[in-house]
Design a protein around this ligand. Structure first.
Ligand SMILES: NC(=O)c1ccc[n+]([C@@H]2O[C@H](COP(=O)([O-])OP(=O)(O)OC[C@H]3O[C@@H](n4cnc5c(N)ncnc54)[C@H](OP(=O)(O)O)[C@@H]3O)[C@@H](O)[C@H]2O)c1
Length: 293
């Protein structure tokens, strides 16, 4: 049997922790597919694979909060049964910690090499080449924690053996975390920094805005609400207008006014270059993680 994807195929999630559950949630709860081709991209069954009973119970608890899947997906939760799950699956989502990948995939290698299933890997630092020793069909994904709420961003690169139908399937499933961007793998370390670590950088900015309100006497709750809306509203404004941020920034700057005064101090303090250099440093660290393999 090959890993050819049929209409009623099975998908396994190996490592159903924080990110595995985010993907499970996004795929299981995806709105009903609008045509037959898209419907065929949804598995009829998802098998979640964990290491022990305790983490499997967490997945079962999460499933209790869901209604029926709009695309009719059934879920089977397992632990310590990776081999059986992989044997029964046509598509595999790999979502374990990077240091465990080798020990998890090595015993599965004969099955993977035989079936050549599509491996959708969200594991940081594991390159397409390093995963191709198990199956030649690899889609490497970098996503982030807002994916848990449907506001994630996923950057995706494929190995050359992933065909156009499989690419469309990966896009349909993974885009459910929020947004989907396809890039060559050479951009993956930068995507790890910008997308994967990005929420921590934005939270630093959010925290700073919030604390500025508190410092000037606005209570914590209201400072937090204002800071969240400023970030959310500004991002939406850039998205809706399609304008470059600097154009919109200058529209807020009245000559001799408050905004330009604030911006000048921030430029003096190196806020912009600090952010750029910080993201670049995260990218440098990501590239070293990849080379450890
Ligand atoms: N968290 C993020 O913000 C983020 C963002 C982007 C990408 N990633 C990537 O996502 C991956 C997962 O991260 P995470 O934060 O979701 O980790 P996590 O919460 O620790 O989840 C990993 C899961 O793997 C399971 N596992 C361990 N050994 C296993 C085995 N032998 N067979 C099957 N499952 C096993 C664990 O189950 P047990 O508890 O039973 O051991 C756990 O549920 C990482 O590679 C990371 O690079 C994470």
């Amino acid at each position: 049997m090959t890993g050819k994807i049929t209409k009623d195929y099975t998908l396994s999630i190996i490592g159903c922790g924080v990110m595995g559950q985010a993907l499970l949630s996004a795929i299981y709860n995806a709105p009903k597919a609008t045509n037959e081709e898209l419907a065929s991209f949804y598995p009829s069954k998802i098998i979640t694979c964990n290491h022990d009973q305790k983490s499997t119970d967490q997945v079962l608890k999460l499933l209790e909060t869901y209604g029926e899947s709009p695309n009719g997906i059934k879920v089977e939760c397992s632990f310590d049964e990776n081999e059986k799950a992989v044997k029964d699956s046509e598509v595999i989502i790999l979502a374990t910690k990077p240091y465990l990948v080798e020990s998890i995939l090595t015993p599965l290698k004969p099955i993977l090499q035989n079936k050549q299933q599509v491996i959708i890997s969200i594991v940081a630092g594991w390159t397409i080449e390093s995963l191709c020793q198990y199956s030649r069909k690899v889609s490497r994904v970098m996503t982030n924690t807002p994916a848990k709420f449907g506001y994630g961003c996923a950057v995706v690169s494929h190995s050359s053996e992933v065909d156009s139908v499989e690419k469309a399937l990966v896009k349909e499933l993974i885009s459910k975390v929020g947004s989907y961007v396809e890039l060559p793998e050479k951009n993956m370390d930068a995507a790890t920094a910008l997308v994967g670590s990005g929420p921590a950088f934005v939270l630093l900015i959010l925290e700073s805005l919030m604390e500025s309100g508190i410092k000037m006497g606005i209570p914590l709750k209201e400072s937090k609400e204002c800071a969240i809306k400023v970030l959310e509203g500004t991002a939406k404004m850039v998205e809706i207008t399609g304008e470059h941020p600097s154009v919109l920034k200058h529209q807020v700057c009245t000559p001799g006014g408050t905004t330009i005064a604030g911006l000048c101090v921030m430029e003096d303090k190196g806020v912009k270059s600090g952010i750029i250099r910080g993201v670049e440093e995260a990218c440098n660290v990501a590239s070293k993680l990849g080379k450890k393999k």
